[in-house]
Structure formats: structure tokens, C-alpha cells
Design a binder for this molecule. Sequence first.
Ligand SMILES: [Zn+2]
Length: 488
Amino acid sequence: MKIQIIVLFLFANLFCSAQQKDVTTLLYDTYETYKEPSLRKRRIKHSDLQPLIEKYRKNDKFKVNRVGTSIEGRALSLISIGEGGTHVFLWSQMHGDETTATQAIFDIFNLFDSPDFEAEKQEILASCTLHFLPMLNPDGAEVFQRRNRLGIDINRDALRLQSPEGQTLKRVRDSLNADFGFNLHDQSTYYNAERTEKPATISYLAPAYNYEKDINEKRGNAMKVIVFMNSIIQKYAAGQVGRYNDDFEPRAFGDNIQKWGTSTILIESGGYLGDVEKQEIRKLNYVSILSAIYSIATENYKKIALGEYEKIPENDRKLFDLKIENVTYPLLGKDYVLDIGMNRLEVDKEDHDDFWYSSRILDQGDLSTYYGYETLDATGYRVTPGKVYPKLLSSIDALAAMDIRSLLKSGYTYVRVENIPSAKLASPFPIHMIGKRYEVPEFSIEVGFNPTFLLKKGEDITHAVINGFLIDLSSDKKINFKNAMIYR
Ligand SMILES: [Zn+2]
């Protein structure tokens, strides 16, 4: 008898998890059908969302309410779906330049508006009511910055409540008395899963509600849902999940919302190799959030052991865009061995809808505890300064007509161009453009400098590093390159 019960129980469990696996796999596989096509890159603004929100205002499945106004007068909208007694509240982009989850929210709306996944959606909407507040900081989004118009970090305003955006978040949380809260952010792309070279593509946190980091039932439930989401995301980004630091921050919203009795889950979207606009990460957000909602609706998360949470590796911040290892660097007549860590820093164009890169050496020396999205073992290679091409070119077109790879191979990293239009912000070629009278400063490998140099093996120049991009000159492989600099 006992054995029969155990067998039955095991069978039921297996059946449940098999079913659930199917749903999340299907969500991942069918994602492109629901991806909101009008949102395609990280720099999105309030005006990009309004036509979509207006569309849902006219749709009976959705309830749209204006719940607040930003300092500059932009509407904050709450979009709700469902009839269930479990209230799930999701807010995104309290930091204006963290847009990945905002995009995923509109993908989720498309799914709920579609005729597909009917059984699962009914299951969710019968037991839950979902409330979404996308882009809590539209004024920051306008200029693609973290802070709001008052210049404060809204995530340090949960107690003082000086920002109308923070006041709105608190008011909505209180009026819903939400059972679950999802605090949706982006984190630096330079976070990795502790002691691995894998980026922390997604990081999770069940924020602490006191300095002791106690775990009550509410926080425990958040941890269990996180364990479930992690198990799903591991299938698509193995090893690329981190656990965010849980030090208590008394001024932060996540910590306070946990304290106010809502099981709160922080999701941070980090980096993913080659995914500059974070569209793959957006997809992982979509799958992660929907999986979490499904496990909340079915209460399946309750079966998860709390101890699994601690097994998710912690976040660390040990990644560079490019790391060159063990390179020989000659200085004042002697040779030294260095690792060099470089990052490509984004500079916004005036309208904050696009950017270019101005890269920097972030660190040098023994960087053996660090990793790179791209790494070159340069053992036996020598750092060599680049030269200025001796001829003055009349225009950018003249440069475009030249074989830039062979310029680099001949040791040139700068080209003098007579007419560089003032509107031109960066060189589209893997070589720097300099003005007629510009003097290139004395060469040095130094923290804070633009990473520009050549690598020599024997007498041959084999690689160029231009504005932090590595160009392999020994092969004709397509270069992963966005821009070099203009120095006037
Ligand atoms: Zn954030």
C-alpha cells in the first residue's frame, strides 16, 4: 500500500514537471510570434509605448489605468489582466536606461492578446490578476539615464518618497496589496557568475527585508519562484544565471516591498555574448517571467526546497569586453608581461536613440582572476605602437576607398583626413581618423587610455586593437567592429 502511494506520488510529480517543461519550452520556441515588432533596441522612449498602451485600452481583455505622472508630465500607466485572487505586480525601468524587461512586458501582452496557449492562460488568469507598470522612469528613458528628472535614484526613494514615480510605485503596491512583486532591472554587462567566465545574463534576488536577512514565508516564496525560474533559464543560458547580493538596503524599493508583505523578486538583465541590443536577453525575460507567473498560478513553486536558492552562484563583476593575456610590453628598454582589460563604453548620440563606442583600458597587470567576453592569449606577442599614415587624405570617401586591413598590417592606426564633417562623431572604419593638425599623444598602455595598439609576433603584425576591438590580421574573418575614434 505504502509503495503504491509513493509510486503514485512520484508519477504525479513527474507528470506535473513534464507538463510544465512543455509549456516553458513552447514559450521559448514560439517567442518570435509574440515579440512586439515596434520595439527593437535598448533605447526606447515613453512615446514608443503609448500607441501600444492605447491599443490595449480599447481591448476588453486589458484594463488600463493612469496611475501617476512623471516630473516632466509623462503618464504612468498600469495595465491589468485577469480575474484571480492572487495579485502579481510587475514594474520595470525605474532606472531609465534599463529597458529589457519593458520590451518583454509588451511581448507578454501580445501573448495574452493572441488565441494561443488558451489552457495555460486561463489557468493563470483564473487564479491571478497580473498588473504591469512598464517604464516607471520615462523622464530618465528620454535621455537614456539611470536617474529621474530630479537627479535621484528612484530605487533609493522608497522611504523619503520625493519622486512622483516612487510615490506612484508605493501607492499602487499598497492599493493592490500584491502577493507577488517583480522588480525588473538591467545590470551591468560586466557581471559574471562567480568564478566562471560566463556572464550573468540573468540575475535574481529575493531582497532581504532586514539587516539579519531573515527568511519569512513571503521571502521564502520569492526564493522558491526564483529557483523555478533558474531551472528554466539554465536550459537556454547554461551557467549564465547569478544570484544578486542580498545585503539589506533600507532605502530601496525591493527591500521595502518585501518588508511590506509582497513576495518580491528582482530580475536583472545582464549581458550575453554578441547580444548588444539585448534581444536574446529580452526573450529570456519573457520566458522567465511567464514561467514564474505560471508556477505562481499553479502553486507548483511551493514544492521547491528553499535550500536550492543558495546553490545559484553569486554575481561577481569580473568581465571585460576584451582581455589580452600575457602580452609582452616593452617599457624604457625592458620587457614586462601584462594582462590588459578593456571595455567599450557607450556614448549616446544627441537624441539618445543611438550610440557609439569610446573604449578604455580598465585595468592592467595580473588579471588572472578576471575574464573577457573575448580573450586572446598573447603569450609571445609584443605590444607595438601604431603610426600615423604619412599622406593627408582629402575626405572620408578617400579613406573608404583604401584597404584598411593592409594599412593596419603596415603599422598604421591613425589616418589624417582633411575634411571631417563636424556632424561625424566616430570613424566607421577600424582605424582612427585625425584632423590635419592633431598630434597623437606619446604611446603608453595606461588605465583610462583608449586601447589602441598592434601586436607583433616576430617581425609580423598579427593583430590590431582599435578602440577596444580586436582585429585578427592573419585571417579574413569578418571583424566584430562598430567604430573607431575621430580626434580633431
Ligand atoms: Zn536598475
